[in-house]
Design a protein around this ligand. Structure first.
Ligand code: SF4
Ligand code: SF4
Length: 714
C-alpha cells in the first residue's frame, strides 16, 4: 500500500494530558493501546479499514510496546485469533466490516462465545448499514443475540467511543464473554477530541512472554460435554455479571428532560441523529440538551430489565428508536414492561420504518407521529413545519429537474480490469453471452453500464463456487470472476478446490492486480515485494509474482493461462479458447495488470522527484482526432473509461458530438487496443508528453514540425 499513515501513527503516541483530535476510528485505535491490548488482528473493509491499516504501518512502534499485529487473510482467521484470550489473561481486539465479515467469522465466533474468555476480547465491526453502505443490509445484532456476545453501540462522539473501548475490555473480563462494538459509517468518520492517556504495555506480550506450559482445562474447549455447561453459564452467570457491570459502570446514559410524561430509548449510535431531529422539532437546543428524557443504550445487548423499567415507570409512552429489522430491542422492552406489569405505551416500528437508515429526517417524521399519539401538545410545531418545507422543496426540485440520470460507480481511469471486460464483450459476439458469476471487488463495477456483466454475487471469493450449480445446466461454460483479494480470502478453498474435486468445467478469470484494491489496496500474499515495485517503475509491478499460478498448478489446475490485461486481442483470443476448447475441467485465466490507482500513487512521487532533478520524463496520453471520429461511439461502449467522453465537434457538418479524451487520461493504452481489436475507426492517436526535453528531443521536434508544416500548409 502506497498510502502513508505517518500523521495517524503520531496520534497513537499521545500521552497523559495530550489532546487527541481526529476521526472516530482512529480514536478506537488509540483507545485499544490505552487499554493495554496485547494483540490485534482483522480483515480490512469500510468503514473500519483504517484501524488495521494504521496498526500495520505502526508495527515498529507497536513492537516497542510488545503488541502483536496481524493482517489476517480473512475474518475467520481474525476471529480465531481471539482464541488466545480463552486461556490467557491477554486482551485482544479484531476488526472487520459487518455483516459480511461477521458471517465469514461466525464459526470461530460461536466457538469463542461458547468457551468464554479470560482476557478481554473486543470485536470492532464496521456496521455497514444505511445509505452509504456497500453490502447486504443486515444487522450484527442478530449474530450477537444468537451467540450471546455483548453488543456495544456507542454514542458517536469521541470521549464516549474511547470510554466504551476501555470499558468494553473490562465488561468482557467481568463476564468472561467476547464483546462486539458496532460502529456505523458516521461514527467511524465523526471528528472530535478527547483527553488522551498514556498507552499501556500489556503485562503479557511479545516482550513479556508467558512462562511454562499452558494449563489443560477441558471446560474451556467448545466441545461436548463442556458445551452443555457453557450454554448454562452464558445465561446463569455471564449475563447477570454483564448486567451488573453495565449498571455499576453507567455504560448506558440517561439524559433527563422536562417533558417527563414521555421518553425515548435510542441505540447509542443513533443518538446524534435523534438530537438533530429533536432540534428540528424545537425540543432540543444546539448543544444537545433535549426536553424529552432519553435513555441512550451504549450497550444494546444485553439490556438491563431493571434499568428499562425504571426509565419507563411513570411515563405515559415511550418511543424506541431502533434501526433495521427485526426490532430486537423493542420486542425485549415490550417483554420487560409486560413482566414488570407496567402499562407505559410502547411505540417504535409503528411510527418509524421497519427497514433502512434512520437519518435525522426519518427520525423526525417518526417522532412527529409518536408525539401526535402520545403528547399532542408537543406535535405539529416546528418539526411539522420543517417536514412540510422539505417536502415542498423536494416536490419543486422533482418538477424542475425531472428524473435524474443514475450515476453508477465505475472503475478508476486506466483500471486494468476494464480491458478484460472489453475483451469479454468482443468474445460474446462470437460465442454468445455466458452466465457470469461475479464476486466482491473492483471488478463488480463491470455489473454496471457499459459492461452489464454479472448474474449473481454470493460473497467474497464465492464466484466460482456459485457457478457450480449453473455449469452442468448450461450449454455454454459459465465464467466466474474473482480478484486476487477474493482468491486468497476464500476463493481458492471454496471455489478452486471444490471445482477440482468435482471435475467442474467452468472458466475462472482471476484479476491479478497485486492488491486487495476494493478495500484500500492492502497487501496480499501475492503482492509484489517492495523492491520489485520500486524497480518496476513503468511496467506492471504485479508481473514480478507467480504465487497464484504456482498455487493453482500445485492444486492440479491443468488449463492455465496468464494474459496481460491491456492486450485486449490476446485476452479475447484466450477467452474464446477457454469457451471452445474440448479439454474438460477447470480453465483458469489469470488477468495480470497492476491496480492503476496504486500504480499512480507509486509512480507520481518518483516522477515528481525526477522532474525536480531535471531529468527527462515521458508521459503517454491518448487522444481522438476529431476529423476522423465517425461519432458512433463504439469505443465508449467498449471502454467505459471516464476519461473517454464526448464533446461538440468543431466541424459544422458534424451535428453529433465526437469522442474526446480529457486530461484525466493516464495513457493505459486501452483506447488504442480496443480500436485495434474491435476494428473501430482509426481516430485514436497516442501522444508522448516530454518534460525536461534533451537537445535531441528539441531538434527532433523542430524537424517534425517543419515536415508537418510542409505537408499540411495552413
Ligand atoms: S482501485 Fe485499482 S483495481 Fe480498483 S477500480 Fe481502481 S484501478 Fe481498478
Ligand atoms: S488510454 Fe483510454 S482507457 Fe486508458 S486512461 Fe486514457 S482514455 Fe482511459
Amino acid at each position: 500500500m502506497e498510502v502513508s499513515f505517518h500523521d495517524e501513527i503520531e496520534h497513537l503516541k499521545l500521552g497523559d494530558g495530550d489532546v487527541f483530535h481526529g476521526e472516530g476510528i482512529l480514536a478506537v485505535t488509540k483507545a485499544l493501546l490505552q487499554s493495554g491490548v496485547a494483540y490485534v488482528g482483522g480483515y480490512q473493509g469500510a468503514p473500519v479499514s483504517h484501524l488495521l491499516d494504521v496498526m500495520v504501518q505502526a508495527r515498529d512502534y507497536l513492537d516497542r510496546l510488545g503488541v502483536h499485529v496481524e493482517a489476517c487473510t480473512n475474518e475467520a482467521s481474525a476471529a480465531a485469533m481471539l482464541g488466545a484470550s480463552i486461556n490467557y489473561p491477554l486482551r485482544g481486539a479484531v476488526t472487520w466490516k459487518s455483516i459480511v465479515g461477521t458471517n465469514v467469522a461466525s464459526d470461530a465466533l460461536s466457538n469463542l462465545a461458547s468457551a468464554g474468555v479470560t482476557g478481554g476480547a473486543l470485536i470492532v465491526v464496521g456496521e455497514d448499514y444505511g445509505e452509504g453502505a456497500s453490502v447486504i443490509q443486515e444487522r450484527t445484532h442478530a449474530v450477537a443475540l444468537k451467540s450471546s456476545m455483548w453488543l456495544l453501540d456507542p454514542r458517536p462522539e469521541l470521549p464516549t467511543i474511547v470510554r466504551m473501548v476501555e470499558r468494553g475490555f473490562e465488561l468482557s473480563e467481568a463476564s468472561n464473554t467476547p464483546v462486539i462494538m458496532e460502529l456505523r459509517i458516521r461514527a467511524c468518520h465523526v471528528r472530535g477530541s478527547f483527553a488522551a492517556s498514556a498507552n499501556r504495555a500489556p503485562p503479557i506480550s511479545r516482550r513479556e512472554l508467558l512462562e511454562g506450559p499452558p494449563t489443560f482445562v477441558y471446560e474451556r474447549l467448545a466441545h461436548p460435554p463442556a458445551t452443555f455447561r457453557q450454554e448454562k453459564l452464558k445465561f446463569d452467570v455471564r449475563m447477570p455479571a454483564a448486567r451488573k457491570f453495565i449498571v455499576e459502570q453507567g455504560l448506558n446514559e440517561i439524559f433527563d428532560g422536562s417533558e417527563r410524561e414521555v421518553g425515548i430509548i435510542v441505540q447509542g449510535g443513533l443518538h446524534n441523529n435523534l438530537i438533530r431531529a429533536l432540534g428540528q422539532a424545537g425540543l432540543a437546543d444546539t448543544f444537545g440538551a433535549a426536553r424529552i428524557p432519553i435513555l441512550a443504550l451504549n450497550v444494546v445487548y444485553p439490556l438491563v430489565p431493571g434499568q428499562i423499567r425504571e426509565f419507563c415507570a411513570g411515563k405515559r409512552a415511550v418511543l424506541v428508536v431502533e434501526e433495521g429489522s427485526p426490532e430486537f430491542i423493542e420486542q425485549e422492552i415490550a417483554t420487560t414492561l409486560r413482566r414488570g406489569d407496567l402499562n407505559t405505551k410502547l411505540h417504535g416500528k409503528d411510527v418509524l420504518p421497519m427497514a433502512g437508515e434512520y437519518t435525522a429526517d426519518t427520525i423526525l417524521r417518526g417522532l412527529e407521529r409518536f408525539l401526535a399519539a402520545a403528547a399532542p401538545r408537543l406535535a405539529g410545531g416546528a418539526g411539522a413545519a420543517y417536514i412540510a418545507a422539505v417536502d415542498a422543496l423536494r416536490a419543486r426540485a422533482a418538477t424542475a429537474l425531472g428524473a435524474l440520470p443514475p450515476r453508477p460507480p465505475t472503475f478508476c481511469v486506466g483500471c486494468p480490469e476494464r480491458p478484460v471486460f472489453a475483451a469479454m464483450k468482443l468474445v460474446e459476439r462470437e460465442v454468445g453471452k455466458p452466465h457470469v458469476s461475479a464476486d466482491i471487488g473492483c471488478h463488480a463495477f463491470a455489473t454496471f453500464e457499459p459492461f452489464s456483466q454479472g448474474n449473481s454475487i454470493l460473497g467474497y471469493g464465492m464466484s466460482l463456487a456459485s457457478a457450480a450449480g449453473v455449469a452442468p445446466m448450461m450449454a455454454r461454460r459459465p465464467v466466474a470472476i474473482m480478484g486476487d483479494g477474493g482468491f486468497w480470502h476464500n476463493g481458492f478453498l471454496s471455489g478452486v478446490s471444490s471445482a477440482l474435486l468435482n471435475g467442474g468445467d467452468s472458466i475462472l478469470l482471476i484479476m491479478k492486480n497485486g492488491y486487495s484494491s476494493a478495500t484500500g489496496t492492502q497487501e496480499l500474499l501475492s503482492s509484489p515485494p517492495a523492491e520489485a515495485k520500486r524497480a518496476a517503475r513503468e511496467q506492471s509491478a504485479a508481473a514480478a509474482d507467480r504465487h497464484i499460478e504456482n498455487t493453482l498448478q500445485g492444486a492440479g489446475v491443468k488449463w492455465l493461462r496468464t494474459v496481460h490485461n491491456y492486450r485486449v486481442a490476446e485476452m479475447a483470443a484466450t477467452l474464446k479458447e477457454a469457451f471452445t476448447t474440448p479439454e474438460p475441467g477447470l480453465k483458469v485465466i489469470v488477468a495480470e495488470g497492476e491496480c492503476q490507482l496504486e500504480r499512480q500513487r507509486r509512480i507520481r512521487p518518483l516522477v515528481a522527484a525526477s522532474l525536480k532533478a531535471g531529468e527527462r520524463v515521458v508521459r503517454t496520453r491518448f487522444g481522438v482526432d476529431e476529423d476522423v471520429c465517425s461519432g458512433d461511439h463504439s469505443c465508449i461502449r467498449l471502454s467505459g473509461c471516464p476519461s473517454l467522453t464526448v464533446k461538440d465537434s468543431t466541424d459544422p457538418l458534424k451535428v453529433d458530438p465526437v469522442a474526446h479524451v480529457n486530461n484525466g487520461c493516464v495513457g493505459c493504452g486501452l483506447c488504442g487496443e480496443v480500436a485495434h481489436a474491435a476494428i473501430l475507426c482509426p481516430s485514436f492517436f497516442r501522444a508522448e508528453i516530454v518534460q525536461n526535453p534533451t537537445w535531441w528531443d528539441r531538434l527532433a521536434q523542430r524537424v517534425r514540425a517543419t515536415l508537418i508544416g510542409w505537408l499540411q500548409p495552413a
